[in-house]
Design a protein around this ligand. Structure first.
Ligand SMILES: O=C(O)CCC(=O)C(=O)O
Ligand SMILES: [Fe+2]
Length: 509
């Protein structure tokens, strides 16, 4: 059969297209990443390609629009300024031209034998440190001053928030393969909906759960807690997704040593590994996720969540829960490029806001001052690890956007996979609400303070949590109750008996 070369776009990715037809793709995968140096305190950076001085908030568009052609591959970069950039081997691999041929008509999964995956995993582990300062900024502090977006290095992001970026986390061909497969699956994903005051709302994205547990280890009980409100269906993970999960596990385990003291007892005792992935599809800039902290019923307190982006680049916005009020941000006054989101009813927190914060997540990062809000420009194949206490002290969202940077395979579509670890014990603790459903556990991000007796029980560094009704299908019953159980959820540094040794105490309330 004659091979055809196709540009794979979402519109021609019906499942049969991938599963039943010969597929040959030739793609340039993402831009080569280049270092950008900002002198301390300066609002300008020097473009590493043309050495022009550029306002730091314009560096990404400068690289895309003016120097962008030069960054499409390492070879092109060299052509513009010979010797100016020396790409590490792993970057060469991630930016190379890809050709995946499957003339047999099978899905591209079969082109990826497990020995190759193992070798790539090893190579990722060996070159683990390369991403740090070798790429242009992906994180920007959102300040109150109009248009002021201050770039953050990856290290500054780690200091200012409980989040960490890992660029090009998967081998480029695996990331591409995953994108193609999930694009093909995504038309069958579920659009969640919820009822509020008698009116039904549809989620501005579609979702699906993929189990990553070894077969048979999934229990119905934990499964019930996946998403009680949206009734998103669950499927066995594709082989390609399992390969990706192996790399996400290895990467997260490697990095977890740095934040060991912040982790839950469970993640300290046995290295974190995901048991399922929640997939979200955003077809274009009109689809979004409102500001929220994740429901933690199935994950337990202080969860680690590793979030992989593939496809188009979208903004992932982090907002400290007791940060500056949204209306004071300049972008909220007019049509902003990346809109302020109205929280979806089913993502909204309990009443009120204003939590105290731990030093790291409070964003006290020396000369940076207090950081309340950060935009991460999540390019294809970027991992964000949300370490604790991200779900306890920050909200995250993917705002609607008028300027999505497309990906050569998926166009404006972006797929996000959040890899999560089930905690059956936490799931089993859930009380029933008045609807007769299991209530969900959420961290008290807001200004609602726990009662005195609970405050006294909480140890320094511990957060307050509450249970609430999550019946978004026929309207919530209003069930709401503080979680009185305080034995879990404190950071290691606050438990002298655990032998982790001691950072200063943090008063939360
Ligand atoms: O799409 C994203 O990056 C975020 C998704 C998310 O927050 C979630 O699924 O809980
Ligand atoms: Fe989330």
């Amino acid at each position: 059969m004659q091979e055809s070369v196709v540009r794979v776009g979402i519109e021609n990715l019906a499942p049969t297209h991938v599963a039943g037809m010969p597929l040959k793709r030739k793609l340039s995968v993402g831009p080569a990443h280049v270092p950008v140096q900002a002198s301390e305190g300066s609002r300008f950076v020097h473009c590493p390609i043309c050495l022009q001085r550029v306002a730091h908030y314009l560096i990404n568009s400068h690289l895309d629009d003016e120097c962008g052609k030069s960054t499409s591959s390492p070879a092109d970069v060299q052509a513009v300024k010979p010797g100016c950039l020396k790409e590490p081997k792993s970057l060469e691999r991630s930016s190379q031209q890809l050709e995946i041929t499957d003339a047999s008509g099978e899905t591209p999964q079969s082109a990826y034998p497990s020995t190759q995956a193992a070798a790539q995993l090893q190579s990722v582990q060996q070159t683990q440190a390369w991403w740090d300062q070798r790429s242009r900024p992906l994180a920007y502090i959102r300040r109150r001053q109009k248009g002021h977006q201050q770039p953050l290095s990856d290290e500054e992001l780690r200091q200012a928030t409980p989040c960490e970026l890992v660029r090009n986390v998967l081998p480029a061909d695996l990331a591409e393969e995953l994108l193609v497969l999930l694009l093909a699956e995504s038309p069958t994903w579920h659009r969640g909906q919820w009822v509020l005051f008698g009116k039904t709302h549809a989620a501005p994205r579609t979702s699906c759960y993929y189990s990553l547990e070894p077969e048979g280890e999934e229990t119905q009980e934990t499964d019930d807690f996946r998403d009680v409100s949206k009734k998103v269906d669950r499927r066995e993970a594709l082989v390609t997704l399992r390969k990706a999960a192996d790399i996400i596990n290895a990467t997260t385990q490697k990095l977890q040593a740095r934040v060991q003291d912040d982790l839950s007892a469970r993640d300290r005792e046995s290295p974190w590994r995901c048991s399922y992935a929640l997939a979200n599809m955003y077809r274009d800039g009109a689809e979004a996720t409102g500001a929220h902290a994740d429901r933690i019923t199935p994950l337990g307190k202080r969860p680690v969540i590793a979030s992989l982006s593939i496809g188009a680049t979208r903004i992932f916005r982090l907002k400290r829960a007791n940060g500056a009020p949204e209306e004071s941000h300049p972008a909220s006054g007019k049509a902003a490029e990346h809109e302020q989101s109205t929280p979806e009813p089913d993502l909204a927190e309990g009443p009120g806001e204003r939590a105290a914060a731990s030093p790291r997540s409070a964003g006290q990062t020396g000369q940076l001052g207090q950081v309340d809000s950060v935009d991460l420009h999540l390019e294809h194949n970027t991992l964000v690890i949300m370490w604790p206490p991200c779900q306890e002290e920050w909200r995250h969202e993917v705002p609607r956007s008028k300027s999505v940077k497309p990906h050569p395979v998926s166009g404006l579509a972006r797929i996000n996979l959040t890899f999560r670890r089930l905690d059956a014990q936490s799931a089993a603790r859930a009380p029933s609400c008045r609807c007769g459903q299991k209530a969900v556990l959420k961290a008290a991000l807001g200004k609602r303070k726990p009662p005195q007796h609970l405050q006294r029980k909480l140890r320094p560094g511990q957060h307050a949590y509450y249970w609430c009704c999550d019946n978004t299908q026929s309207g919530a019953c209003g069930y709401w109750k503080w979680d009185e159980e305080v034995s879990g959820g404190q950071p290691c540094r606050e438990q002298p008996q655990s032998g982790c040794g001691g950072a200063a105490a943090i008063q939360v309330f």
